[in-house]
Design a binder for this molecule. Structure first.
Ligand code: PGA
Length: 233
């Protein structure tokens, strides 16, 4: 089982340090068999010692150079970061990243052996159209992506379920995960309003190997509760 916390534009350097300390205490006392990943903001990166793996929410596909406002491989290496989220809906829809650029980013970080959390998910308009359109939309988001890459983890995150408190229906999640499973052996996560009250049902869906969590992960107690719930039978 994989549980990942995406802090997005939340937490400071100070609060991230406190969060990781509390998470470490929890992981050391419980020793859960869940793989934990934390994605803090860039300003909070450090050489943390933890059973959790620290990754980044984004980076530019270059070692270094003139890319104002971005960070590259050289900056990530300083903190031993080898894990990245690519294709998150907020980068696609708010920051305007297109599939061509996302695929380029994927290729670069694949060549550098990163563990890649690759996100896909349909908009509400697509969800309310037809099954055919939903799957062709998701297929488009897989263009240029090596689905056999050994360090790939895919997160299915319907755009309309992210940060809204309203997660997708279990049947719909199951159907999309089945579709993805027919294409790849990579672990498959669900993301979109995962919280302590629904995590057990979500991770029990067939082909679901874990969750990528935003809002409900920002509070360390809530995240630890979900780790706990994901490891109990
Ligand atoms: P959410 O975000 O848990 O707040 O819905 C999930 C995500 O964007 O990864």
């Amino acid at each position: 089982m994989i549980l990942a916390a995406n802090f997005k534009t939340n937490h400071t350097r100070k609060s991230t340090k406190e969060y990781i300390e509390r998470l470490n205490n929890f992981l050391n006392s419980k020793n859960p068999d869940t793989d934990i990943f934390i994605f803090p903001p860039f300003t909070a990166l450090d050489n943390y010692k933890s059973k959790a793996t620290i990754g980044v929410q984004n980076a530019y596909p270059a070692e270094k150079g003139s890319f104002t406002g971005e960070i590259g491989l050289e900056q990530l290496n300083e903190f031993n970061i080898k894990t990245i989220i690519i294709g998150h809906s907020e980068r696609r829809h708010i920051l305007g990243e297109n599939q061509e650029f996302i695929a380029k980013k994927f290729q670069f970080f694949k060549e550098n052996n990163f563990t890649i959390f690759y996100c896909i998910g349909e908009t509400i308009e697509v969800r309310e159209s037809s099954k055919e359109l939903i799957f062709s939309y998701l297929d488009m988001q897989l263009e240029g992506i090596d689905l056999d890459y050994e360090n790939l983890i895919i997160a299915y995150e319907p755009v309309w379920a992210i940060g809204t408190g309203k997660s997708a229906k279990y049947e719909d999640i199951k159907e999309v995960l089945e579709f993805l499973r027919s294409k790849t052996k990579a672990p498959l996560l669900y993301g979109g309003s995962v919280k302590p009250s629904n995590i057990k049902e979500i991770i029990s869906i067939s082909n679901c190997d874990g969750a990528l969590i935003g809002t409900a992960s920002w509070n360390v107690d809530s995240f630890c509760e979900m780790v706990d719930l994901s490891t109990k039978n």
